[in-house]
Design a protein around this ligand. Sequence first.
Ligand SMILES: *[C@@H]1O[C@H](CO)[C@@H](O)[C@H](O)[C@H]1NC(C)=O
Length: 287
Amino acid sequence: MHSATLFGLLAAAVSVSARACSGAGEIKCPIVFDGRVKTTTQLTDFDSYATSQFNPDYVKGNDLKWSVIIKFPSTRANARFDGATHKPFEVTLNDQSVFQTQYGFRRAGLLFNGDTNEGSPGSAGVKTIHFSLKWDAQRALNLSHEYLLVWHEAGDYSANQFNFEAGAILGQPSLPEDTYKLLDRNNKQIWSTKILKNHWQNFAVTLDFNQNTLQVHYSKGDKPLKTVTGPVPNNNAGDGQYQMGMLKKPTGTDDVVNSGYQSSNLDEGLIYGSLFVEDSADGCVSR
Ligand SMILES: *[C@@H]1O[C@H](CO)[C@@H](O)[C@H](O)[C@H]1NC(C)=O
């Protein structure tokens, strides 16, 4: 009896401390879109509106289902705002990741359900998109290419208000390849940090649609986020949608959408967690 109780206490202590070292962040502001994936979620849940928090039909290879594109990685540590109730997910690219007839790109980008292209609550007021990223050495990205990882595309598809990227930015050889970087609407870098291969990296971008600014917050591992830029002027007009996942640009072309070089037998992926958009009216940002 005694030893059973002691064992129970030890087991409880172990699980509490295992949890305390990861996913310890608390969301303090109202959630607008929740892209955190519950621990109970099955891969096939991503294939229908009834069970996915994302659009099951876009933006992906025509013949691929999200249940094939997304993997659940075996990484033990949860991302900062995933707690014990949510889990990381990996977005992957392969040779079939061709959307419509965009043969230059390899794409797998998630859209939040409810993030309508016009009049979305995500494109008004002051909003912060949070996401944590973790490198997968088994499916490493090829940083000789340019990858969009999280972005917001204007409703008329003519521009992206911001691009959070990795790799070699086309036309900007002075920017290092091995960084995550935030580019503004004119593709000018606002902030960057080195890609870490063994730690979660937590990012948040505040978009002020009234003042037309962007502001970046960042932390490593399970540390609280710190604000790492001022509010930087940016044209946030034009509505549109957030997209989370990957858009890999080709090399060796001026027509990146339709042509250029992509290596074959592609098997690349990046691990996402802590994905959500919160309302940052009154300066609220979860840290
Ligand atoms: C990475 O991309 C470059 C440019 O397309 C290509 O030459 C190289 O073979 C690729 N490396 C791998 C490991 O696929």
